[in-house]
Design a binder for this molecule. Sequence first.
Ligand code: GCW
Length: 709
Amino acid sequence: NADATKVHRHTPDLAMAPGSAEKLAETTLGAARDELVRGLGGLLGQPTPVTTVDGHRVPDGAVVVGTPTSSPLVSRTVPARDLAKVGDEGYLVRSVTSGKARFTVIAGNTDLGALYGTYAFLRLLQTQKPIDRLRVAESPKIKHRLLNNWETERLYAGNNASGLGGLNGESGAIFNFAATGASAGRNLPVILDRYIVVARALASLGINGITINNVNADNAYLTSARIAQEAALADALRPYGIKLGLSIRYTAPTDSRFAPDTLTNSQLDPYGADFRGWWNRRARQIQAAIPDFMGLTVKANSEGQPGPQDFGYDHGDGANAIAAAVAPLGMTVHWRTFVYNAEVDNDRLKRAYLEFGPIDDEVQPDGSRGRFADNVFLQTKNGPLDFQAREPIHPMFGRMENTNQALELQITQEYTGQNWMLAYLGPMYEEILKTDTYATDANGKLLRERLVGDIVDGTAQHHSDTAIVGVANLGNADNLTGHHFSQANLFAFGRQAWDWTLDAEDIATDWVRMTWSNDRRVVDTIRTMMMGSWESLVSYQTPLGIGHQFAEGAHYRPDPADWAGRDDWSPIYYNKADSVGLGFDRSPTGSNLAAQYFPRLQQRYGNIDSIPENLLMWFHHVPWGHRMDSGRTFWDELVYRYQMGVQYVTWMRETWETLQPDIDARRFAEVRAKLAVHEADAADWRDTSVNYWKEFSGRDIPVDDAPLS
Ligand code: GCW
């Protein structure tokens, strides 16, 4: 529609790299039109004419996109009442008959809603759903659906460090800020094709923000030169409804690169005007270049990153200081809760709640509870350790009554096979989001809505500002994720961030249809491979709830015997293998992490007879002879799980072969090669682990489960 509001463009020289195939969208409705032209053209195999309808004569079979303001036709055909219900980012897709013409209307209250509706419509077509009687009404359950893109650290989803070789001689990172070597002339503010591909991919899922740099933040991202580059990126992403954010370092004000606006350590008092003034000035500078800039993500007093505790203050003081500095600009602060200290805790997993819980509960001078400012989100990983293949939920979900809480999930497969292993994480996200916290209200009464998803979407605790964050590590491989199947995790995250009640299997089906084929056999086969892949990974890596058994550094191979020299990262600290059994006692006889959960879970997890077996070793040191649900001893079951996990990978590798006739040669061969590596590395996990445990159990490998290689 011609009336679409123009987006502000702040970068005068915004330009695509020479030879670009992508097109920079000028407006959000322009992006919707481009998607329809490209999508319908490709799916129907014929060109799609574009017209601006005059409000009277709609061609039969047309697709009309817009808002009531941009299009009289939309306001005439879609009841305002229905549209009001879907809010700012929601949409309606309706089949309409008018005279002899039948057409489809995609309507939003905003241009972005209309764009989201456009993608939804294309998804219906692409997955071959009927589109003749549409009555779709959708709106997101969570307000901020964000990516944190951790560029450069262990680039497992990108290229070079993962053994794939960067394209164009660049590092594998997705956003190119540096003008060195082969990258010269291809660095921001030049917009590369792949940024537009990313923008389209993210918008098609409803992701509406991206924090572009690693949480172990480099102050360079706050320099004037970088801000100009970031502004160009923001301008390119803006038509797709994607806002930019940055990760920052708490002590950035002391960096000499900001001279003459540099503070000394003694000026970092969070209650002082110097510290707040500095962040306010920097945020204003960013906002001048990027008017819709989201805000800052902070990793403080975590893994060596500086923070308020270094200066005698707590997380509340530090988070609120930066939050106060940026609040007048409408920005938020995402303060991460990934803190641990094995020197003070017998179990590092308890630290986050010990530090953040009391601040959330603190009585304020006006009698209200909770010290964190309104524009602070505490950003918490799904589990209490660190993105392991399966973890219990983080005990803080449901516990932070008075603070905005964002859920952080990992999309990039740091601990789940990186870009070598086929592991579909949709079922993992679903398990997390649908776990019952058994949260109670202030009077101790069980809440009606208390799944992790209810807490994250704000319904359980009546929070209006809500956020979910996916840690991504997009790379410059042309599939963005390194492994073709890792794309499915980005897809699933986006779909579940939009609506956490969705079924991971349905999401997988859509993804397969959109990515590989609509042929029934292909869909069924690939979906089946995907649906068991995560459980299989859990089985051959860390079965029955044993946590973190990774070799130091890369986080890919096993090393259960490793003593990393410190309690908080050593596999042997987590497995506690001895002649009695295996696993970390976090029940009341041990560290009692269990006590941080609501009473129901406390009892369930604290007792070896009621704990779900898939979390067994998270909470118990399990005797080798312990009787399992299957009737096997714990030892036999453990070996069986490792073996089953590997067998599943073998089955996937063999099954993939049957798809050769249906899949294009290049992608078929690339996945085949990865599955071969996957199988060998899964067997390595099984053999290394079982052989090591055997030294402690003194038991034989059950014959049925042979052969170990
Ligand atoms: O999983 C660990 C990673 C670190 C990461 C940290 C965090 C970016 O190994 O690379 O820091 O988590 O979440 O802060």
